[in-house]
Design a protein. Structure first.
Length: 881
């Protein structure tokens, strides 16, 4: 096979990163679905009818009418990202041939098999008969999400087995329609675009590939390994150059497959560790030094299978015998099998959606602590958080647009608060979920890259305290919605205040209304400093009984407070801040400008009564003035003034976004199918217009009144129960004061009355699923009901999960304690249509009742038909100054 892999520069200028003119003289195509009706008759290399170069590959096969033969060309694993494009020139003696991509889902198992789940994603182009035609496959990521959703809809239970994360293409497939007589297929020039592979010489051109030439450049000697980070900052790899990720402040990249030798070398040259699956058992006699750049082996997601657990245990044992790097850890995502997973691997990767989810910050922090208690004592925890709205949240936005959704990154203040909420669990590493390449030139990815670099600089400052913390405590605060944890090392204390509801919802901290924190066990000789992004500012302290009182007159969203009586500790921190001050200010200004552009463009698309308000225009003028002040201060090296002005402008833009989008949203965050962000604001307007034109009629979900058990079973309701040691659970129809009728659905779980009963539920003990709801394409599904917690919940406040097939657990409603009947509501976009099921699960101990489930479906109409929504009667957005 004659091919070439070009470097990133070629990939970004439109050159193929893989090109095969089929001139090597070796057969590369395989028939993937041979059988009684589909047979390979002949395969050869032919020279006369070649489209490119000197040869093409010919396959002659027999297939009956109505069936299609699958002729595959194996590809090097290519991550499914937005920019991936596959092409091939084909010639078939009958019309209708198409291309498809075989997509591997490495974190999902095929039903009844230990092999990864595979999907065949079809292209739209069709080739005519007896003529060379170039066919193209694009937009693979949304197609994979759609097809995975279809597969997922056929499976029951809250933990479905289809996960798109880490999906990659391993083969290009020509679908050849059958018919009378033999089918002859000619394939020439297979190409792949958009996957950055900087492991080959950029000068390897298509012409060289056609001649069968491979680039032959002697690789320079590899540099020494970088220092092992104390608390690694990790990003999921989407084909970016490793050097770029290192420049953004990451210590490691999480790769979904075993990297090639060239990729291992490239990562080492960039000084970036890799995290990847280990080699298959018995595939090598010993793991060589080329893998020294691998920081940890990733076992992926643990499924609820005894056989898989046994296989993983054997795999881990083989690694212990084979891997010479004894300190290299193994990782696993435990799903709901935390205790078992902590026995199989050295560390757990705790994965729960943070952007687009309904879980509160305090609920997330409590959940992490509960997982650490369930795990084997001393098991290190790695946390995985979102860097942008992805997965099901992005799929919902794509459904309303019928196109590829934009990348919507989390705001810096938002990402920092989610990250800081994990500190109480002492995370050993911070991982960030990424489903799009960070080298993208669109505004969303540029904003995401700047935000992540700024966050990494902040985490780099916190890293020594997290890694060397001898004792952790809490400081008492004078504000109810602010708490502070104290990380103590030998020479200093680091205080991390957390504003649980965000700066826009916290009472303004000022000179007139300062925040006071009381810290126990801190020497009265210690000095206190507020650590901004660029400097350390001294704070007022007062000796009180048992400790020290620290007063803060302003509290940034990423506030850190240092207390120390050691001059060397202060000097090290201040030196770090001053060394990065220029870059921090530059990043702050980049973020402000990108957000301002997004705000101005979006406001032009929104109803004018909302946009023309004095508050909106005043906020934009204030942002412009603050930006100018920050730029002027940066020009003369006044980093403190520049940072303060840019930070204030950023916060004002966040407040303006929250206030404005809230005005056009049809439902609050969590209920709405779309994120409440600038990029989705016009889509919120479209949903509101559809509901205003005429919402569908409400109808009872089959069995949703919960009056007759036999009727529920007949209609298709299913009760799934997972036996857990020390846990009792039940699902019943309860006559205890239902919302309507004579009964309601009751889910109950609790610890057994034994000495060894668990304090928290190690997994979901009980759930029920509804019969399917048929969904037309291009519509809005609304589901409502009533919920009540008739018994106090133990553990997290958010014990009841309610979700459907479209949103999955990513968009699950996590319902809090409700001693009286409260409404349950969710909205979903149906996209291409199909069906969905509702799942009600008890994610903890307690007793929850549900009643009166109804739904309605509203057609959206075409985007062009959307009418503006009258908003004059709504209150104008209010922004804080």
């Amino acid at each position: 096979m004659a091919w070439a892999l070009a470097g990133p520069a070629a990939a970004q200028t439109g050159a193929p990163v893989l090109l095969d003119n089929m001139d090597s003289g070796e057969a590369t195509l395989t028939l993937e679905n041979p059988g009684a009706t589909i047979r390979l008759l002949r395969q050869s290399i032919t020279h006369e009818p070649a489209r490119f170069g000197s040869a093409a590959e010919s396959i002659v096969l027999s297939a009956p009418p109505g069936e299609a033969a699958q002729v595959a060309y194996r590809l090097p694993p290519a991550p499914v990202i937005d920019d991936l494009m596959l092409t091939a020139w084909i010639r078939v003696n009958r019309p209708g041939a198409r291309l498809a991509a075989r997509v591997v889902l490495p974190h999902s198992k095929a039903p009844g098999s230990d092999q990864p789940q595979r999907l065949l994603v079809y292209g739209q182009d069709q080739a005519p008969a007896d003529r060379w035609q170039r066919l193209t496959l694009t937009n693979l990521r949304p197609a994979v999400e759609r097809q995975a959703r279809v597969v997922r809809a056929t499976q029951e239970g809250p933990g479905n087995a289809v996960e798109e994360h880490g999906a990659y293409v391993d083969a290009l497939v020509v679908l050849c329609p059958g018919g009378q007589g033999a089918t002859e297929v000619l394939v020439d020039q297979v190409a792949m675009f958009g996957v950055l592979r900087d492991s080959r010489t950029v000068g390897a051109t298509a012409a060289g590939a056609a001649a069968g030439q491979r680039p032959a450049a002697k690789a320079p000697p590899l540099p020494p390994l970088p220092p092992v980070p104390l608390a690694p900052r990790v990003i999921q790899w989407q084909g970016e150059p490793f050097a770029t990720l290192k420049q953004l402040g990451f210590d490691a990249a999480m790769v979904a497959r075993l990297p090639s030798a060239d990729e291992l070398a490239d990562a080492r040259r960039a000084g970036l560790f890799l995290i990847c699956p280990p080699p298959a058992m018995q595939s090598v006699e010993a793991i060589g030094p080329e893998y020294d750049i691998v920081l940890a082996w990733d076992f992926g997601v643990l499924r609820a299978s005894i056989d898989e657990a046994a296989d993983l245990e054997a795999w881990a044992g083989w690694l212990q015998r084979t891997d010479p790097q004894r300190e290299r850890r193994t990782l696993i995502r435990p799903g709901r099998q935390v205790r078992e997973a902590s026995r199989l691997a050295d560390a757990l990767v705790l994965d729960r959606p943070t952007l687009g989810a309904t879980q509160t910050l305090s609920g997330y922090s409590t959940w992490l602590l509960s997982q650490s208690r369930i795990a084997r004592p001393g098991t290190p925890l790695w946390v995985l958080a979102d860097s942008h709205y992805g997965g099901r949240a992005a799929a919902q936005l794509a459904a309303v647009r019928s196109s590829r959704p934009p990348v919507i990154p989390g705001a810096y203040s938002e990402l920092f608060r989610w990250t800081a909420s994990t500190f109480t669990s002492r995370p050993a590493a911070f991982c960030f979920r990424s489903e799009a390449s960070l080298v993208g030139t669109d505004r969303g990815n540029r904003l995401r890259a700047a935000t992540l670099e700024l966050l990494n600089l902040r985490l780099q400052l916190v890293e020594p305290w997290l890694a060397r913390c001898k004792q952790m405590s809490r400081a008492s605060c004078t504000y109810d919605d602010v708490t502070a944890i104290v990380l103590q090392t030998e020479r200093s204390h680091l205080v991390v205040p957390t504003q649980w509801y965000g700066p826009t919802h916290t009472q303004s901290i000022s000179v007139e209304h300062p925040l006071a924190m009381q810290l126990r066990g801190v020497p009265e000789t210690a000095e206190a400093y507020l650590l901004t992004g660029v400097s350390a500012q001294r704070l007022r302290t007062q000796r009180v009984a048992g400790g020290l009182r620290v007063t803060v007159e302003q509290l940034p969203g990423d506030a850190l407070i240092l207390l120390t009586e050691d001059g060397r500790a202060f000097t090290q921190v201040e030196s770090h801040l001053r060394r990065h001050a220029r870059r921090v200010v530059d990043l702050r200004l980049q973020i402000v400008e990108l957000k301002r552009q997004q705000a101005v463009e979006t406001l032009q698309l929104l109803p004018q009564p909302l946009v023309a308000g004095a508050e909106v225009q005043g906020a934009l003028h204030r942002v412009a003035a603050l930006t100018k002040a920050a730029q002027d201060a940066a020009a003369v090296g006044d980093w403190d003034a520049a940072y303060d002005a840019a930070t204030e402008a950023d916060a004002l833009l966040d407040q303006l976004e929250e206030a404005t989008v809230d005005q056009v949203a049809v439902a609050p965050a969590g209920v709405s199918p779309l994120p409440l962000r600038w990029a989705a604001a016009p889509d919120h307007v479209r949903l509101a217009a559809a509901l205003a034109r005429g919402a569908g009629a409400w109808q009872m979900l089959p069995g949703g009144e919960f009056e007759d058990l036999s009727e529920l079973l007949r209609l298709g309701w299913r009760h799934l129960e997972q036996p857990l040691p020390g846990v009792t659970s039940a699902v019943r129809l309860s006559p205890d004061a239902p919302h309507r009728g004579g009964f309601c659905l009751e889910l109950d779980a609790g610890p057994e009355q034994t000495a060894n009963a668990p304090l928290t539920a190690p997994s979901v003990p009980v759930w029920v699923t509804s019969p399917p709801i048929a969904l037309p394409p291009g519509s809005l599904l609304e589901i409502t009901g009533m919920v009540r917690t008739s018994q106090p919940l133990l553990g997290p406040d958010e014990a009841l999960l309610a979700f459907d097939t479209l949103g999955g657990e990513h968009l699950a409603l996590r319902l809090q304690r409700a001693p009286t009947w409260q409404p349950l509501r969710m909205m979903r976009l149906t996209g291409g249509g199909g069906e969905t099921r509702i799942t009600l699960a008890l994610d903890g101990f307690g007793r929850v009742q549900v009643d009166s489930l109804v739904y309605r479906i509203t057609p959206l109409g075409s985007p062009a038909a959307a009418e503006p929504v009258r908003l004059e009667a709504r209150n104008p957005p209010q922004t804080r100054r």
